[in-house]
Design a protein around this ligand. Structure first.
Ligand SMILES: Cc1ncc(COP(=O)(O)O)c(C=O)c1O
Length: 373
């Protein structure tokens, strides 16, 4: 008789999908986790040209094309003055695969991974798929992760902790001081800091400070992707960068599970990283404007919302029954509990949607709030 592996029975399909399925087809969707902009034209063109030339018909090197890895290393230098060896980069199938191979390579069965709660759904599931044990820790009132809470959760069994800034589902951005503290924790306790930086360029206030910049050891692994920055979620192109010994371990998982990232997507990513960046700025400006409209609307409705400083999500506290009421009235939002136990009483609203629809959704949410209060 066939059976299923306990590691796969320990996880289920994300609660976000269930919300989408419950909603009508004409609902206004504030549930989306991807930018509502097209991929920049020059990126599409570069991929098409590579296809036409016949350059994408074969496997690339397992780590990804050298020219793409040069482009990734060059981008870190330009963005942050951070030195990254192109040999210490693996191009992956989105940030998702980068998270997966990081955890597969670093978590032994039964080891613990400290994750933010509420936090991105994959951290819990990918930890379980690595036969690890997720240890969710709560957030501060402003929805950032407190380094002190991470420190308090460390045990002899801790393998890693996850930092995600800007964050999904909260939009919270960690301060430089926090990032320095995370780097210190990784150094001092000799545990891995997995820094998920896929929203690194979508910041409205303050800057992005990778803990990698502050660590003395090689205990920080950074993952990022083209997905959110260049509106390329469908292309499936991300990367992981870390010290060589870590990259060589992760490469084993990547080589057998994936071989290499999709070649057309690699060409597209290279063009995105080396080409004009004005579309990124346009997107971030549009998100900031929408964020302000949404925050005003939520305040008018009497919903308390920590100010999100990045990504494209807001996370208001909501009364009992609010999510169902809003869904019944035709607006899709994701209940906070889809992101962890401590997500009860909050909801994730994505503003990756045009401003007119957002205003319509705000009016509906205001009426729904009156109805359930
Ligand atoms: C915090 C976070 N990390 C990683 C990912 C995965 O991104 P990708 O689409 O590049 O796999 C997402 C996607 O929503 C995300 O929100």
């Amino acid at each position: 008789m066939t059976t299923f592996a306990p590691r796969v029975e320990a996880i289920s399909i994300s609660g976000i999908r269930e919300v989408f399925e419950a909603a009508g087809s004409d609902a206004i969707n504030l549930g989306l986790g991807q930018p509502d902009f097209p991929t920049p034209d020059h990126v599409r063109t570069a991929a098409c040209a590579a296809i036409e030339r016949g350059d994408v018909d074969a496997y690339t090197s397992n780590k990804g094309m050298p020219s793409l890895r040069d482009a990734i290393a060059g981008a870190y230098d330009r963005w942050y003055g951070l030195e990254v060896d192109p040999g210490d980069v693996i191009a992956t199938s989105g940030g998702s695969e980068a998270l997966h191979i990081t955890l597969q390579a670093h978590v032994a069965p039964g080891q613990e991974v400290i994750i933010p709660d509420p936090g991105f759904v994959s951290y819990d599931a990918l930890t379980r798929l690595a036969d690890g044990v997720p240890i969710p820790v709560g957030l501060r009132d402003d929805l950032t992760l407190d380094p002190t809470s991470v420190e308090a959760a460390i045990t002899d069994d801790t393998a890693a902790f996850v930092v995600n800034s800007p964050a999904n589902p909260t939009g919270a951005v960690q301060s430089e001081a926090d990032m320095r503290a995370f780097a210190r924790i990784a150094d001092e306790y000799d545990i891995l800091c997995l820094s998920d930086e896929v929203y690194e360029h979508c910041i409205f206030e303050g800057g992005h400070y990778s803990p990698r910049r502050f660590a003395d050891s090689d205990n920080v692994v950074v993952i990022s992707a083209c997905s959110k920055t260049y509106s390329m979620t469908g292309w499936r192109l991300g990367w992981v960068t870390a010290s060589n010994r870590r990259i060589e371990r992760m490469l084993r998982v990547h080589q057998y599970g994936q071989a290499c990232a999709s070649a057309p997507a690699q060409y597209a990513a290279e063009a995105a990283l080396t080409g004009p960046q004005d579309r990124v700025e346009e997107m971030v400006t549009a998100f900031e404007r929408r964020r302000n409209v949404l925050l005003d609307g939520l305040a008018d409705a009497g919903l308390d919302t920590p100010i999100p400083k990045g990504a494209f999500y807001a996370m208001p506290s909501v009364p009992d029954g609010w999510v169902d009421e809003v869904l019944d009235r035709g607006v899709i939002v994701v209940p906070g509990e889809a992101f962890g136990e401590r997500g009860y009483g909050v909801a994730r609203l994505s503003y990756a949607i045009d401003i007119e629809s957002l205003k319509e959704a705000i009016a509906i949410m205001r009426a729904a709030t009156r109805a359930v209060r």
